[in-house]
Design a binder for this molecule. Structure first.
Ligand code: CA
Length: 420
């Protein structure tokens, strides 16, 4: 097994097999730049480039790592990403002396994670949110329309999605303001205005687009993964009462556009390859433009934790898996572009809530508490039906290898009272 000269525990999210990209600023000062996580450290790629250690790759001396976003690097494509990743892996490996033994370079290039401030890693131009979990779509359908009409007739034929809002995507750790809006409770004769009463989280994963496509030129399902730079954790906060009143006929609007949180480290698709697996069997067989050869998903274990103000510790309330999703990333990209829509470097596509078939695998509070019918019991005696002010929701995930983990770090956020 490949090892780094930097000590990395077997449960660390960031071994040498992972090497996720992020944007950071040293707390000691300086401009934002690009780094990769390794154990408890960050390797400053701008310093590595300045020292000439990317010579032989197409990025050498181009300044792509001296930037406040990953967009320029993401636009370069898989061949260059692979070269850069191989060189970083080489520089960090246990038997390579360059970084390990040259103290000045090592001290300049390797910063402890506590000595850096992580920033939103991507300038996101467009954000698209899908609805790719059959279990989630079925659960929501049962709650809103009853068992007979749970799944809409289109659902098994195309990956349902909508265009979301990029401006309100925030980095993990940012507080989330409870939204206000219109809602119409079942017993009310007229809509009322006020703070959302049914605030929820959604356990999702997002993937960031590298090279895009030209307007009018679809991306085929076979080539779709070449456009994926990497994956992040996403919490797509949702206002269920606002959504229930506003969503017809054009879909969610204020219910989803107030905040979406994402994790700071972007996990390269290449790091996930050992965990590639088949998704659920698709029945009926999709139309030809959505038929995907080979295994199209990854075995990524996912967890959700809740900590209320009165709780000493966060409590795990859900455990799901990325592989439960019915539609693959490639199918979602193919569908997104088949009408000619162009994707651009830095676009974020998210999966929709990831629920499995068991109750404890449900990826939203609405499903866990069944829209209030089955309150969630917390260890300190409290209950939850919806999120309360002060609640902190944390999502994490990893692929479990033999003696190592490809981790995603976490995405966390705390609910603040509505704006007065
Ligand atoms: Ca969503």
């Amino acid at each position: 097994m490949k090892r780094s000269f930097i000590e990395v525990g077997s449960e660390s999210h960031f071994p040498i097999q992972n090497l996720p990209y992020g944007v950071f600023r040293p707390r000691s000062g300086g401009t934002p730049r690009i780094g990769v996580a390794i154990g408890d450290f960050v390797l400053d790629l701008a310093v590595v480039d300045d020292a000439g250690h990317f010579s032989g790759t197409a990025v050498a001396g181009k300044g792509v790592f001296h930037q406040s976003s990953l967009n320029a690097f993401m636009a370069l494509g898989r061949t260059i990403w692979r070269d850069v990743r191989a060189q970083i892996q080489h520089l960090l490996s246990e038997d390579e002396p360059t970084l390990r033994d040259i103290t000045t370079l090592r001290n300049a290039a390797l910063l402890h994670q506590s000595d850096v401030e992580l920033l939103l890693p991507v300038q996101i131009g467009d954000y698209t949110d899908f609805y790719a979990s059959k279990e989630h779509a079925t659960n929501v359908g049962i709650m809103f329309r009853g068992k007979e009409n749970a799944l809409m007739p289109n659902w098994t034929h195309l990956p349902v999605g909508y265009h979301g809002r990029a401006s309100s995507i925030v980095l993990s750790g940012t507080d989330v303001r409870r939204p206000q809006g219109q809602m119409k409770p079942a017993d009310a004769t007229a809509p009322l205005f006020g703070p959302c009463r049914q605030l929820d989280f959604e356990l999702e994963m997002g993937w960031l687009i590298g090279p895009g496509n030209k307007l009018g030129q679809p991306i085929s399902v076979e080539h779709a993964e070449e456009h994926i730079f990497g994956l992040v954790l996403v919490n797509d906060w949702s206002a269920r009462d606002i959504q229930a009143w506003e969503y017809q006929p054009l879909g969610p609007f204020l219910a989803k556009n107030f905040t979406t949180s994402m994790s700071p480290w972007v996990i390269p698709l290449e790091a996930l390859e050992p965990f590639r697996t088949d998704g659920p069997k698709q029945d009926p067989e999709p139309l030809p433009y959505l038929r995907m050869p080979g295994a199209g998903t990854f075995d990524i274990h996912l967890e959700v934790y809740l900590q209320g103000e009165g709780m000493e510790m966060a409590q795990r309330i859900s455990a799901s898996n990325f592989r439960y999703l019915y539609w693959s990333m490639a199918q979602q990209i193919a569908h997104h572009t088949v009408g000619g829509c162009n994707l651009r470097p830095g676009d974020l596509l998210a999966s929709g809530t990831i629920s499995g078939s068991e109750k404890e695998t449900r990826g939203s509070l609405m499903e866990l508490a069944w829209r209030g019918a089955e309150p969630l019991h917390l260890e300190n005696g409290e209950q939850r039906v919806w999120l309360e002010d002060g609640d902190q929701v944390t999502m994490t995930g990893w692929c479990q290898g033999e003696g190592y983990r490809i981790g995603f770090g976490e995405v966390t956020g705390r609910v603040l009272p509505a704006f007065e």
